[in-house]
Design a protein around this ligand. Structure first.
Ligand code: NAD
Length: 525
């Protein structure tokens, strides 16, 4: 391994700056990256199991949602056997990696951050093609992954240091953190770099070894990430293994195996609950309780009262509702506005939304690309049809031809009742429900009135209401007078309450403990 990073040589953590694409040099660099990546599209990539590249008998295409005929990458349709082989590889790598010093593990993670920084535009370009992120969204995703790497590296060094235990007469007590064992990372497609990579880096920097099972629609970017860890960051083979294929086969085999020590999952409520249940059942030969870290969906609300800056509120609602086509767990899908300013806020939101450009995300001025795939296109279109019954369509809603790309217009449906389906169920697309509240009290009740509790925002200048919301608005990430998306690593540790998950707070000081167990050691003196 290369030089070891010492704690005192790591500068203080700072968030990776976003790229300013209005600078012509940056815009040119991104265009070049898109061009280079375009010439790489359509290739077949293997699974990465131990030191082996495993081809697989059947290949599945990951396609460009904005141009469904364009194949981004082809990947093996992994089987349950592949999953178990990968788990065996993780198990085999565990004794050595778990005893590798914290500093050496941190060194790998820092080198990964450096490699990603150098190839930022290229990695962003893969996301533009594979999941239809705009330039800014793709750049934000890779910046977040660099942040996770830098942040967890520093947190690991904190855990590596002495932990506080009280003295006891005649003994020398201590506490140290050790890894859990071989685990499984199951990731969604919507932050294909930040979430897949963030969960993986947290697990390995604490000394675990893993099998990464990415969402099928974002497999190519996951492959690029694991290759970077192996080829550029110097990660030993077997520490991270990549198995591709359907969650119902590969994911399930990994979750069920008695050799799996933990599962870190981010995705939908339905799959999260299924994993929660299955992982809780001990299997023959299993000698531990599997730990589960489950981050799931949201039905996030922005509340606006009559004291708010209504222009700022409208801008925040639009950015939160339609950024990345509304496909963020933190996306604003409910605007809850008090009666006296409801019509004004609605009008302003509609005006802003009309200016958004929907189209090919390789174009620099595109704000919204396509939704992820045909099932998502159909599901969201179904919710738009439901919404038209449940309320008043004020913008969007028109159907588009999926053969030309899975594009959907930003859609706003007003006068939605708090218990309507489109106000309760996660749609995960560019559909915003406007809900009228009599006053602030009712708005807060409506905001809390779903089974989720992920993000939320309040626009208000009333200090007493802000104080009340800080206590009563029951979400894992609460914001005042700003949008409810865009959590920054180390600044806004991220995770939700209730059916939004286990509140793991990714990018926060408690996160690495989820991948660790504490060992108390005391010696008589
Ligand atoms: P999904 O639940 O469909 O899939 C997530 C992962 O689980 C994929 O890798 C999939 O292959 C796998 N999977 C599917 N069935 C499985 C099974 N039976 N056993 C094991 N694994 C299985 O979610 P998605 O569509 O990829 O992502 C969107 C969802 O993720 C939304 O609900 C969104 O809110 C949520 N999300 C939450 C957060 C958060 O931090 N709370 C962040 C991003 C996304």
């Amino acid at each position: 391994m290369a030089t070891v990073v010492r704690t005192d040589r790591l500068p203080a953590f700072r968030n990776e700056p976003f790229t300013d694409f209005s600078d012509p040099d940056n815009a040119r660099a991104m265009k070049d990256a898109l061009e280079r990546v375009r010439s790489e599209l359509g290739k077949a990539h293997p699974m990465l199991i131990g030191a082996e590249e495993v081809e697989g008998a059947v290949l599945v295409a990951s396609i460009n949602p904005a141009r469904p005929s364009q194949v981004v990458g082809r990947h093996p349709k992994g089987t349950a056997d592949d999953a178990l082989r990968a788990l065996a590889a993780a198990e085999a790598a565990f004794p050595s990696w778990s005893r590798t010093s914290w500093e050496e593990r941190v060194d790998v993670v820092i080198r990964a951050a450096e490699a990603m920084r150098e190839r930022k535009h290229e990695l962003a370009a893969w996301m533009v093609y594979e999941v239809s992120k705009s330039w800014a969204e793709a750049d934000g995703d890779i910046a977040e992954l660099i942040d996770f790497a830098e942040y967890y590296a520093r947190e690991a060094l904190r855990l590596a240091g002495p932990q506080r235990v009280y003295p006891y007469p005649g003994e020398e007590p201590s506490l140290r953190y050790i890894p859990l064992g071989p685990g499984v990372i199951i990731s969604p497609w919507n932050f294909p770099a930040a979430i897949a990579g963030g969960m993986t880096l947290a697990a390995i920097v604490t000394g675990n070894t893993v099998v990464l099972k990415p969402a099928e629609t974002s497999t190519t970017i996951a492959y690029k990430f694991v290759k970077l860890l192996l080829d550029e960051a110097g990660l030993p083979p077997g520490v991270v293994n990549l198995v591709t294929g359907p969650g119902s086969v590969v994911g399930e085999a990994l979750v069920d195996s008695p050799r799996t020590r933990f599962v870190a999952f981010t995705g939908s409520k339905e799959v999260g609950l299924r994993i929660f249940e299955r992982a809780s059942r001990p299997q023959p030969g299993q000698i531990w309780l599997k730990r589960t870290v489950l981050e799931m969906g949201g039905k996030d609300a922005i509340v606006v009262d009559e004291t708010a800056d209504l222009d700022a509120a409208a801008e925040g609602i639009v950015a939160s509702a339609f950024g990345f086509q509304g496909q963020k767990c933190s996306a604003c899908s409910r605007a809850i506005v008090v009666d006296s300013v409801y019509d004004t806020v609605l009008e302003k939101v509609v005006e802003h939304t009309k200016k958004l450009k929907v189209g090919d995300p390789t174009e620099p001025d595109t704000f919204m690309g396509a939704v992820i795939d045909e099932p998502a296109f159909n599901k969201i279109s179904g919710y738009i049809a439901i919404g038209k019954q449940e309320g008043r369509l004020v913008l969007g809603g028109e159907s588009m031809d999926p053969a030309k790309g899975y594009f959907l217009p930003p859609t706003i449906i007003a006068d939605i009742k708090p218990n309507a389906r489109i106000a309760q169920e996660e749609i995960f697309g560019p559909v915003l429900a406007f809900i009228r509240a009599a006053d602030f009290d009712e708005a807060l009740d409506i905001a809390n009135g779903t089974e989720f509790g992920l993000t939320g925002a309040l626009y208000s200048t009333d200090e007493s209401r802000i104080e009340r919301a800080a206590v009563e608005f029951h979400v894992g990430n609460l914001y005042f007078n700003r949008k409810c998306t865009g959590a920054m690593v180390g600044v806004h540790p991220f995770g939700g309450f209730n059916m939004s998950g286990t509140d793991s707070k990714a990018g926060g000081p408690d996160y690495l403990l989820l991948f660790s167990q504490a060992k108390s050691i005391s010696r008589k003196v």
